[in-house]
Design a protein around this ligand. Structure first.
Ligand SMILES: Cc1cn([C@H]2C[C@H](O)[C@@H](COP(=O)(O)OP(=O)(O)OP(=O)(O)O)O2)c(=O)[nH]c1=O
Length: 216
């Protein structure tokens, strides 16, 4: 398991830095058999620019996170040749970008907008290769929520399951019971589209499936 400090790399495989503090992103990568060598969370200002749309916001933030981590990694002897992977997830209802809910009032406002309607979730994945090429993939998932009863609304807010989640909900948690329909990648909603992330890494020479036999 990776940590923000050094960990051993007994396999001699290329190293991967995950530029994220999200336990969901680490968990999804591990589900795919990909173990980051190090975690370098990047704290970037997530405020949308004036007139910035959800897709551009997700792309800009994923790229900023990767670039912040790259600066740190390239001056570290053990990480100077590492691949850097980051992502950013944005939830949007129509053109309205929902915040990453930190306060109960924000979560309540998000739920009111999501209840009984369809919305889109964008995750942009950014990969910086050891030679500093930048590769990106933007993935869209469409999600439709049931109309929430007052009881569901209040219990969900009381659960705190929304905290720190884009759009004020976590599909992998209690809010899974609100989802009538999902079109596209489920892992994209949780924070890292696995098909696209694996394809990006694979396409740039990272040995995505090299550990699969270790687990057999
Ligand atoms: C919509 C949705 C989002 N989320 C999470 C994924 C992300 O962690 C978070 C969106 O915020 P992000 O800013 O994309 O990510 P983060 O700040 O949590 O982590 P980092 O920038 O360090 O990588 O919301 C879920 O876990 N489930 C969901 O259903």
């Amino acid at each position: 398991m990776a940590s923000s400090s050094d960990v051993s790399n007994p396999s001699g495989r290329p190293k991967l830095v995950l530029a994220s503090a999200s336990p969901r992103r680490l968990g999804l990568l591990q589900q795919a058999g990909i173990e980051p060598y190090a975690l370098l969370p990047a704290d970037v200002d997530e405020t949308p620019l004036k007139n910035e749309g959800a897709k551009d916001l997700a792309k800009r933030l994923a790229r900023s996170k990767a670039e912040v981590a790259r600066k740190v990694a390239r001056v570290r002897d053990d990480l100077k040749d590492a691949y850097i992977l980051s992502a950013d997830t944005v939830v949007v209802v129509g053109k309205r970008i929902l915040p990453k809910a930190e306060l109960v009032d924000e979560a309540a406002a998000c739920l009111r907008l999501l209840s009984g309607r369809a919305h889109r979730v964008y995750t942009s994945v950014c990969l910086i290769t050891p030679k500093d090429s930048v590769r990106e993939r933007l993935v869209e998932t469409r999600v439709r929520f049931k109309r929430l009863s007052r009881d569901e609304f209040e219990r969900y807010l009381a659960s705190g399951d929304w905290r720190g989640k884009a759009g004020g909900y976590a599909i992998q948690g209690l809010a899974g019971t609100f989802v009538i329909k999902l079109v596209g990648s489920y892992s994209n909603v949780v924070g890292l589209p696995l098909y696209e992330a694996a394809a990006l890494l694979d396409g740039e020479g990272y040995p995505v499936r090299s550990s699969w036999l270790d687990a057999a």
